[in-house]
Design a protein around this ligand. Sequence first.
Ligand SMILES: [Zn+2]
Length: 434
Amino acid sequence: MSRLGSLLLAAQLRWRFDRWSAERLLAHQRDRVRRLVAYLAEHAPYYRERIDPGTPLDEVPKMDKPTMMAHFDAINTAGLRRDDLVAFRTRQEHERTGGFYPGGYSVGLSSGTSGNKVLTVLSPHERDRYSALLWARSGIPRGLRPKRVLFALRAHNEAFMTVTRFGVTLVYVDYLQTPETLLRLINEHRLNVLAGPPSILSILAERRREILGPVDALVSYAEELDAGTRARLEEAFGARVAEIYQGAEGMIGTTCSAGALHLNEDVVLVEVDDVGDAIGHAGSAVVTDLYRTTQPFLRYRLGDLLEIGGRDCPCGSSFRVIRRIHGRADGVLMLPDGRGGTVPLMPDYVRRSINRASQDVDEYQAIQRAPDDLEIRLLLAPDADRPAIEAAIRANLAMWCARAGGVPPAIRFTERPPERNPRSGKLIRVRRTF
Ligand SMILES: [Zn+2]
């Protein structure tokens, strides 16, 4: 795509976000869905067997990660073969090289948190669209000059590499580099925007004094950002944290000028499945990418628990707001209900129970290994009152468990550090192993 084409596309994406009415947005979604279903019913062998060009969306079978990987060759519309792409990407990672797959396709192979790999493919055109979306809705304040950005990513993905336009400096770095390397890059290039997973931003925050210049904005993605971490980051840098909500499946959410996280509803249609949240309205997200056809994401079960709000954000956008990302569906605690069954407790209530217990919680992780066994790994500031903090966490959890209609599990506090997912490198604060 030409430089002018990219600028126009980014301007269009901003216009939609700022100016579209709810009616305009919903009409756009209906139109895109109709065209997408018709296209896939004709061009994707997998869907040709299952739907007609006129099948309504709510009758299209849902997709999940294992099915996507098992039927990849029949789901994509470009005749690409899963095994060829996996071999290509694995070789690249091994040799630490980049470049596109023949035909100009960019190939990503991210390790899912549950272990199985997720293959993602973008055509050159889709990559241009994605770059423009990332650019138009990065969450970095629009008026900020200069914009020199540290972009910390796990395993370089070609999909991200083309955002080098518009006179902005982007320095990409694999976030498994040492903190010293990150600090050196920040100082050498005088980077004033830091973008990365919250766990990496937290490491930089602890070493704020070693960063010589000002940091004007922070962008967080790839891991859950909880309220406590956000507050610590904003205090350390004196800058606001914007959040991008994205995965291999696309860029789903973006922070607005009022600080809320909106769904990119003109690009991704989000449905929510009921999961029995007795306290709030969290549901399991099912996403349809309205533009991608090389590798379609049609009613794809994301596995993330979202609480979605209305269209009344003070920023004026009619795109719906994500009130809360509750975490992964596999982070839902299963509480005994006292009658031989179990009830779910959303992971965000566990995070809040711990975060709100004290300012002295440095690091934590909750791992439920059986209905009646919850380990809470808790690292505290020096001189913190551990017994009081543990008691406060117990009391908070008991309150949320009661509201969910369940019985609190037996809690074991330990001083072990949180463990990252060995495959994805992500820090999942609340998880369940059974
Ligand atoms: Zn807003």
